[in-house]
Design a protein around this ligand. Structure first.
Ligand code: GAR
Length: 184
């Protein structure tokens, strides 16, 4: 598949791994955290890496990589509006948005008492976890679940949905119409 995928991640990087393993053309993985395991995963796969803590500089830093899409794979910072408005950005979030946006979504879902939660892959707009939804998958909450056990099952779905959404985007198979994203 052709295209240039830039990934930003802050943490463990299991979603970065899923993107790398799926054979997508990842040209660079960036992080705000020099010790993020996501960077080590990228290096092990032979992808370039970059570290930057200044959110206002991501535009100039990533420009040479000419991204067709910027994937936020557990990137826990809010990018400036100017960046979001000038790139196609895709984010993965561990809940069925619009429920439980922001941090610790699995913990929020457990505290609320929902029976079903899941994950959402969406285009990024200038809000927090508010952009047009591309794909979602449901994950049942089990008796005795902890935030960690629930999040682990949600991540199984994330690792399937995120590469699929990026593949559809690169293939030109996602048509945005306001809040609605049609797979064509
Ligand atoms: C993922 O579950 C992702 O959905 C979540 O961070 C985790 C990163 O895991 N993102 C958010 O909560 C964004 N609001 P990973 O580093 O193993 O890919």
């Amino acid at each position: 598949m052709s295209g240039r995928v830039v990934v930003l991640a802050s943490g463990e990087g299991t979603n970065v791994q899923a993107l790398l393993d799926s054979g997508l053309p990842v040209v660079v993985v960036g992080s705000d955290k020099p010790r993020a395991r996501a960077l080590a995963r990228a290096e092990a796969a032979g992808a370039a890496t970059v570290v930057n803590r200044d959110l206002a500089r991501w535009g100039e830093i990533l420009a040479p990589y000419k991204p067709d899409v910027v994937v936020l794979a557990g990137f826990m910072r809010i990018l400036p509006d100017a960046f979001v408005l000038s790139h196609d950005c895709i984010n993965v979030h561990p809940s069925l948005l619009p429920a439980f946006p922001g941090l610790r979504a699995a913990e929020q879902a457990l505290a609320y008492g929902v029976k079903v939660t899941g994950c959402t892959v969406h285009y990024v707009d200038t809000g927090v976890d508010t952009g047009p939804i591309i794909l979602q998958a449901a994950v049942p909450v089990r008796a005795g679940d902890t935030a960690d056990s629930l999040h682990a099952r949600i991540q199984v779905e994330e690792h399937r949905l995120l590469p699929e959404a990026v593949r559809l985007h690169l293939a030109g198979r996602l048509r945005k119409n306001g809040r609605h994203v049609e797979v064509i």
